[in-house]
Design a protein around this ligand. Structure first.
Ligand code: SF4
Length: 326
């Protein structure tokens, strides 16, 4: 099945009903990223993109605007249009132009979810400045932990990322900056990032960056590495309380479970393609597919069964079954 640029809407724990945009199209890899995070829900991909010059199949601003124009006709209740998906959006140099193009045809706020890898580049920060909200990942204030958890492509240094994030806050025209702190635990000897030492360091760095929001979350979908497990709810709450004390309640969000909305007024085209597009970007349970796409479970069941038997999608082992592409 071919991948479409626009997908969803996805029901996001953070953004509500969010229509996704993927800005790199390839058919031979599950993700186009310069990181290979141990917690990645898209699985492990050994071939990382080394930089913007090695990206193949970048989407153009015209494709995004046209794709959205036709998709847009079907959606009435969106909270965000979000650049995310199977790629790191800042790897596409035309990101800023795309955002400007969307703003001409859509009233919805625009979010870019980024792994922060390229924020040290001025051109990338300029692109991000066009968005309403930038959600940038930061897993640690220590280079060693950052390397172990994010497994970046060669040449990406934590200190450059921190400097770039600080620069975003200093820009005259700037988006709301949210820092996403993804905390992981492990069932092997691994440099996890929820220890006291790690949290203290993160607080120091976050004071320097001074973001508008800090989101604390943990793994909620099957991660790339089996040894990665979620941080306990108690520990997450403890950490959130520490952050709140330092940064204020209104700036800290603890993202645990639950989704904001469950109805969609989306009119459907090819439901099989919509399901495929959704689970390609984000493995989902049956109920999550139903809620995201606004299809009742009775109608959805034969479609998912058909896709399973034709091996377009597969289901994960374990108590909670997630559907993902083969
Ligand atoms: S979690 Fe995001 S940044 Fe990390 S490897 Fe997956 S797609 Fe890339």
């Amino acid at each position: 099945m071919t991948k479409r640029i626009i997908y969803g809407p996805i029901l996001s724990r953070r953004l509500g009903r969010s229509l996704g945009i993927d800005v790199i199209k390839t058919s031979d890899t599950k993700k186009n990223c310069n990181f290979d995070c141990v917690y990645c829900q898209l699985g492990h991909v050994p071939k990382k993109i080394t930089g913007t010059e090695s990206v193949k199949g970048t989407v153009t601003p015209e494709e995004v605007v046209e794709g959205l124009r036709s998709y847009h006709k079907n959606i009435e209740d969106l909270d965000y249009i979000t650049f995310s998906g199977t790629c790191e959006p800042t790897l596409n140099p035309a990101l800023g132009e795309m955002i400007r193009g969307i703003k001409e045809i859509s009233p919805h706020p625009i979010c870019v979810i980024t792994n922060s890898s390229l924020v040290d580049k001025e051109t990338v920060r300029e692109s991000l400045s066009e968005a309403d909200l930038v959600v940038a990942t930061l897993v640690s204030g220590y280079q060693k932990t950052f390397m172990a958890i994010n497994r970046p492509a060669e040449g990406i240094e934590l200190q450059n990322i921190i400097n770039g994030l600080k620069e975003i806050r200093r820009m005259d025209k700037r988006p709301i900056l949210g820092i996403e702190v993804m905390l992981v635990d492990a069932n092997i000897d691994f440099p996890v990032n929820h220890t006291e030492r790690e949290i203290e360091r993160l607080k120091e760095i976050l004071i320097e960056i001074d973001p508008d929001e800090i989101e604390i979350l943990t793994v909620s979908r099957p991660p790339a590495e089996d040894y990665i497990v979620p941080v306990s709810e108690d520990r997450l709450k403890q950490i959130a309380a520490e952050f709140e004390k330092m940064f204020g309640k209104e700036r800290v969000k603890l993202v645990i479970k639950g989704i904001k909305k469950s109805r969609s007024k989306m009119k459907h085209g090819n439901v099989e393609e919509e399901v495929y597009d959704l689970v390609m970007r984000r493995p989902c349970t049956f109920r999550q597919i139903s809620a995201s796409l606004g299809i009742n479970e009775k109608e959805l069941k034969p479609i998912v069964d058909r896709m399973l038997s034709s091996k377009k999608i597969t289901e994960t082992a374990g108590e909670t079954k997630y559907y993902k592409i083969v």
